[in-house]
Design a protein around this ligand. Structure first.
Ligand SMILES: *Cc1c(COP(=O)(O)O)cnc(C)c1O
Length: 364
């Protein structure tokens, strides 16, 4: 964000926040609602912060239609901490990890520290493109797993599930870090949903957990540190210790912004528009290539490869100069990646396409 030139942040995370949210936070930074104090000053147990915290939870509940029998937790640490927390709280016999990329693999590795984990790689190649295997090729999800973990949108590979699995109902755990609030979901399909905040929610360091209350009664096999215990977090309204108050407040502003913009259905429409525009451009320009099968292309994270990879650094250098930031692909994939989360305006995508078009014309 800048007052002098338009700069767009295409980072996979920390990602850009909506301009309106940045402005509002700036406006009330030193003096929130005539209290004479910043949100940074507030006691997490005081009336002002309690109001902010409760409103944020209520808005998130409205946005995702979270049923009454689910708790919403505002947890410290990133999504990666949940990789351990999930296993420590819920892994008793065995769990199934259906993986479609790096984050699922990492979740698997962490869970293995705590018990029996069966990991299945969902990815396959179809006509040279990466795709998710169809459900008939998966392990039997109705087997007696404690839970089934998956990652609806794999941020690094740019792979997204076209439709959610049917079997294994009530036991799905989803890492929605990079897709939460980008489309309506049916919360009832899941036992637990978690998402690091720094993509579609707010600043890094906060993670949202949505967990069905009956799972809070599950007895862990070994003692769980209080801050990683969902039961303890729920009993204490996520305030067992000092929560990341400012991140919570900013998340609340983002929830209000999404509501004001028309809710999650509207976010879904925009995500479709943004990603379709960029995929269409890439598909119609042989200078660029996206390595994912159409049905599994992410609406949020779009990796693309230049035909001539020796131009990578020139591309990045000129993109930066044009105000298009953080387009470098993840080191495990190479090439470029444009992350188009909720806060990315269509103008950002248009600016990127204009740049890519001109770059291709100049460097053929
Ligand atoms: C970014 C990301 C993570 C890691 O989040 P941290 O907050 O850095 O731990 C995990 N899963 C997915 C799907 C992500 O996109």
């Amino acid at each position: 964000m800048s007052d002098t030139a338009t700069v767009y942040n295409f980072s996979a995370g920390p990602a850009m926040l909506p301009q309106a949210v940045m402005r509002q936070a700036q406006k009330e930074f030193c003096n929130w609602h005539d209290t004479g104090l910043s949100v940074l000053d507030f006691s997490h147990r005081g009336a002002d912060f309690t109001a902010i915290a409760e409103q944020a939870e209520k808005d998130l509940r409205d946005l995702l239609a979270i049923p009454e029998d689910y708790s919403v937790l505002f947890c410290p640490g990133g999504a990666s901490l949940q990789f351990s927390a999930i296993a420590m709280n819920f892994l008793r016999g065995k769990a199934l990890y259906l993986n479609s990329g790096v984050w699922g693999d990492k979740a698997t590795q962490e869970a293995k520290n705590f018990g029996d984990v069966i990991a299945f790689d969902l990815l396959s190649k179809q006509d040279g493109k990466t795709a998710i295997r169809s459900q008939q090729d998966w392990p039997d999800c109705s087997d007696d797993y404690d839970y089934i973990h998956f990652t609806p949108n794999e941020t690094i590979g740019g792979v997204e599930f076209a439709d959610l699995p049917k079997a294994g109902q009530g036991r799905w755990i989803a890492d929605m870090s990079s897709c939460i609030l980008s489309q309506p979901i049916n919360v009832k399909d899941y036992a637990l949903i978690y998402a690091g905040a720094q993509k579609n929610i707010g600043p890094a360091g906060l993670t949202i957990v949505i967990v069905r209350n009956d799972w809070l009664q599950r007895e862990p096999v070994a003692p769980v540190p209080s801050l990683l215990s969902y039961a303890v977090m729920a009993q204490n309204q996520s305030m067992y210790n000092t929560p990341p108050t400012y991140a919570w407040y900013l998340a609340g502003l983002v929830f209000q912004w999404i509501k004001a913009e028309g809710g999650v259905a509207q976010m879904a429409r925009r995500a479709e528009q943004r990603s379709q525009a960029l995929y269409q451009f890439i598909d119609n320009n042989d200078f660029y290539r996206n390595p994912i099968a159409k049905k599994n292309r992410s609406r949020m994270n779009i990796p693309f490869i230049l035909k001539d990879e020796s131009l990578n650094s020139l591309f990045l250098q000129q993109a930066e100069a044009a105000g298009l930031r953080y387009l470098k692909g993840h080191r495990s994939v190479g090439g470029m990646r444009a992350s188009l989360y909720n806060a990315m305006p269509m103008q950002g995508v248009e600016a990127l396409i204009d740049f890519m078009s001109a770059f291709a014309a100049q460097n053929r």
